[in-house]
Design a protein around this ligand. Sequence first.
Ligand code: RIB
Ligand code: CA
Length: 308
Amino acid sequence: MARRIILDCDPGIDDSVALSMALFHRSLDVVAITAVEGNVPAEMATKNVQTVIEQLDPPRLPRIGAATPNDNPDYRDACFIHGRDGLGEAGFVTADHHQRHFSEKIICDEVRAAPGEIDIVCLGPLTNVARAIQRDPHFVENVGEIIMMGGSFNGIGNITQTAEFNIYCDPESARDVFHAPVKKTLIPLDITSQVQFAMNVLDLLPKQSTSVGRFLRRVIPYLFRSYHEQLGLEAVQIHDAIALLQVIEPQLFELEAWAGDVEVKGELTRGMTVFEKRRARNTSHNLEVARVVAASDARQAVMRCLNT
Ligand code: RIB
Ligand code: CA
């Protein structure tokens, strides 16, 4: 029985790689893809979700949720990494889309219709999940597990010295989700950044004759350019693909139970994820956190998933 999931994402090149893995994987049934403001502003995130689905042309079409702006005055996008269009400036043409339901409504409707059966894989800021919690009083008892790419266990950020981008975009929503009485798994930046991909990844993609091979050859090259120009790196990190891999091949990761929270104030620390690391404290654990990844095996597993 395929695992039923909703992918909440902000495409984003690495989100697009994760979607390319999920939409064709036999172990997953992608019920919906809900856009969230993050790498790109809300309207572009929604358009990019549609673009990715149109380009990939998967065997089963998921519902699409529309992103709405978050409430964070400090929000800034990540087009410096993903390109002005969020998809590596590949120049895709996308059909106009009719008015869509907002992402939080889609999430609530699908979870309410199948209590306990739907897991949510969050590959962007946690705005939509926080809004779903606020919208439906029964959401926390009906949702399955929430798996999140975000935060940093060692306190080193990417968008600031201390904050990882997904949490930084909407710290208040992240805190609400961290506090929610739901089974939560966090795949932090410490883990996803251990799995590096060199330029030869382009040679390991599916054939150009496949929709995945064609699409990823158009979006991934930009990531090498931005990582070189913006970050001075010659290899790239595909964070969301690694987070999704924890769902598909959990044996590649070691999880530990921790008490985690999100700093929402702090001039230097807003958006930082904070973990109770003092010994023998009676703070209850609210998160399973990935602390180890078999990096080489994970890199090979991503390529295996893409070539299924
Ligand atoms: O910090 C990395 C995360 O932020 C990834 O999900 C990337 O797509 C951006 O959303
Ligand atoms: Ca993302």
